[in-house]
Design a binder for this molecule. Structure first.
Ligand code: CAO
Length: 563
């Protein structure tokens, strides 16, 4: 038996993703590729599969934790004859624990070691030192192993002299290029002296502060090796009973220098707040116990910007977007309150941002797809032989690629506060997919260069991946235009919201046979309702009209797709 650790693989550029679901339990038999946990980043939910088969002996993460590539997820006991031969048998009574621990140390290894002097300058090898044997003793707490020999910035001191801290309480927050991490108290005690100040550059082994602790035995000191490791991405704790800041109102928002004392927020959020110059105590926290999460900060900045923009445009002082009042619906009848997924909340924030920033125009048209549908029906058998399914979507994508080529303004984005227009010379098109976890938009690359059969396969593959939460952030980046089809779901029309910074989106509704006047009589034709929304800062009505007319012509006579 050998133990192997499963870590977070390349999640496609996500800086960090939240554990939203644990899919397995300790003791479970795991197969290769079985999902262990579900991570949710800004762009997608994704299952992290096991790379080995065996028994799950340790789950190293919990829900709500933020993980990045390389973070340990689980320890699995692998039954492999080869490995058993090549690896020495572990000590009988510490086998699984030690093996797991050793692996854990690659990311969580503490550098603390026992020393015998209370003199902080005598701390060796990064260990917390204490005067031994006394009922209470002094413990110098150094910077533990932070995974780099470089100095890192001390961005926050969470305690003051005289504070009594519990074991594991945050003492300071350090920040490197890669991560923010809290240094937890290795033991409970009173803060006697603080040897550093905010803004200092510190390295592993530098003494941070001195604690007065009760005498500890060797066993507890040994445990401290694990406990004193820096905790990446953990959140600062507020003082007990401290209230979180009230929700900002349009009038109360400002961009004063941060003074985040007592606000419950993680280091990454604090860093972001500093970068934006936002005072964290003004941000309404929606996380557990009023914790300020990244989305709260985004929402705050968004509100501040829209308020500023509105104020600039209006002579009326304080003009802004009034909040929708919170209502106690239980006054009117039974209600059930559910937590929204991170993906739903992010989609909401993105929609709002686009809706508020982009002056939308939606133009409607119907494409006669009678011949297209006949052609598609004729290919049903071939599709089956190829092991795929041919829906209208690949034709829509291909037609959009040609219409985009002929109307390149639809492949642009605004830049430099509207001073510049960036023309993209690649044709990657996003496709909205409705999944149980929420709306996602995977991107099909180089649509202009692909055949209908290739597109059919990719549509199926990406839609499946989206529904199985297997999309990576990179799968959802780089789109120049989006197609959102509700054709299979129903409806006669809708006005899609532009997926900014793109400038155009096509909404497709359900095709229906309609009587169409052909000059002599009404003929039954299959008509596909199209709605083209665009950013009127870039696209004018004429551009929109030309695009949708071209698109309709292409769908009406797909022979033109090859021209
Ligand atoms: N009119 C009539 N029927 C249509 C149609 C249309 N416009 N579009 C698709 N269909 C039919 C197809 O003909 C097919 O039936 P047959 O097999 O009998 O031919 C079936 O619906 C296929 O539907 P599908 O949904 O499996 O495949 P698709 O390629 O049309 O769409 C996808 C794929 C991923 C776009 C779609 O499943 C989806 O998720 N749509 C929702 C997108 C969404 O939520 N948009 C809103 C975003 S804003 O909130």
């Amino acid at each position: 038996m050998a133990e192997q650790q499963v870590t977070v693989p390349d999640i496609g550029g996500a800086e960090g993703a939240e554990v939203i679901e644990l899919l397995v339990n300790v003791g479970d038999d795991i197969t290769v590729d079985q999902g262990l946990i579900v991570l949710e980043s800004d762009k997608a939910s994704m299952e992290i599969p096991s790379t080995v088969a065996g028994k799950l002996v340790k789950l190293l993460v919990s829900e709500g934790e933020q993980l990045a590539e390389g973070a340990p997820v689980a320890v699995i006991e692998v039954a492999s004859a080869e490995e058993e031969e090549s690896q020495p048998e572990p000590e009988p009574d510490s086998a699984s624990g030690d093996a797991a621990q050793n692996k854990q140390q690659t990311t969580r290894e503490p550098a603390t070691e026992n020393a015998t002097s209370s003199d902080s300058s005598a701390v060796a090898g990064g260990g917390a030192s204490e005067s031994a044997g006394a009922a209470s003793s002094e413990l110098a707490v150094p910077v533990p192993d932070i995974g780099t020999d470089e100095a890192v910035e001390l961005i926050e001191i969470c305690v003051k002299v005289g504070d009594v801290v519990g074991e594991g309480d945050s003492l300071v927050v350090l920040e490197s290029d890669k991560a923010s991490m809290e240094v937890p108290a290795p033991d409970a005690g009173e803060v006697l002296a603080i040897s550093v100040k905010e803004g200092d550059s510190v390295k592993q082994n530098d003494v941070l502060l001195t604690l007065k602790v009760q005498g500890r035995n060797a066993a507890s000191a040994e445990e401290e090796k694990v406990d004193a490791a820096p905790v990446e991405r953990q959140e600062a704790r507020p003082e007990a009973g401290e209230a979180t800041a009230p929700a900002p109102t349009a009038q109360s928002q400002n961009t004063a220098a941060p003074s985040a004392e007592g606000v419950y927020a993680g280091p990454a959020v604090r860093k972001l707040a500093r970068e934006f110059g936002v005072a964290l105590e003004q941000v309404h926290g929606t996380g557990p116990r009023g914790r300020v999460v990244k989305e709260d900060l985004q929402q705050f900045v968004q509100n501040a910007l829209s308020t500023g923009a509105a104020a600039g445009a209006s002579a009326a002082a304080g003009a802004g977007i009034p909040d929708i009042p919170e209502i106690d619906f239980s006054k009117f009848g039974a209600v059930e309150v559910t937590q929204r997924s991170k993906l739903d909340k992010l989609t909401a924030a993105n929609m709002r941002r686009s809706w508020l920033n982009v002056p939308h125009v939606t133009q409607f048209e119907q494409a006669d797809i009678t011949e297209l549908e006949a052609f598609r029906a004729g290919l049903k058998d071939e599709a089956q032989q190829r092991g795929t399914r041919l829906t209208p979507m690949p034709f829509l994508l291909k037609a959009c690629a040609v219409a985009l080529r002929d109307n390149p303004k639809f492949m642009t984005s605004l830049a430099q506060q509207g001073e510049e227009l960036i023309y993209k010379q690649y044709c990657h098109i996003g496709m909205a997919v409705d999944t149980p976890a929420g709306l996602v938009v995977p991107v099909i690359r180089d649509v202009d260069k692909k055949s209908i059969w290739q597109l059919a396969e990719e549509v199926l593959e990406l839609a499946d991946k989206a529904r199985d939460r297997k999309l990576k952030p990179a799968d959802m980046q780089g789109g120049v235009f989006t197609v959102s089809s509700l054709g299979n779901i129903g409806g006669t029309g809708f006005t899609p919201i532009v997926n900014a910074p793109e400038v155009g989106i096509l909404g497709v509704s359900r095709a229906q046979i309609q009587p169409v006047w052909d000059g002599q009589e009404f003929a039954p034709r299959k008509m596909l309702p199209l709605a083209l929304s665009y950013d009127h800062r870039v696209i004018n009505g004429g551009d929109g009209g030309r695009f949708i007319t071209r698109l309709t012509a292409l769908l009406g006579d797909i022979r033109q797709l090859v021209m």
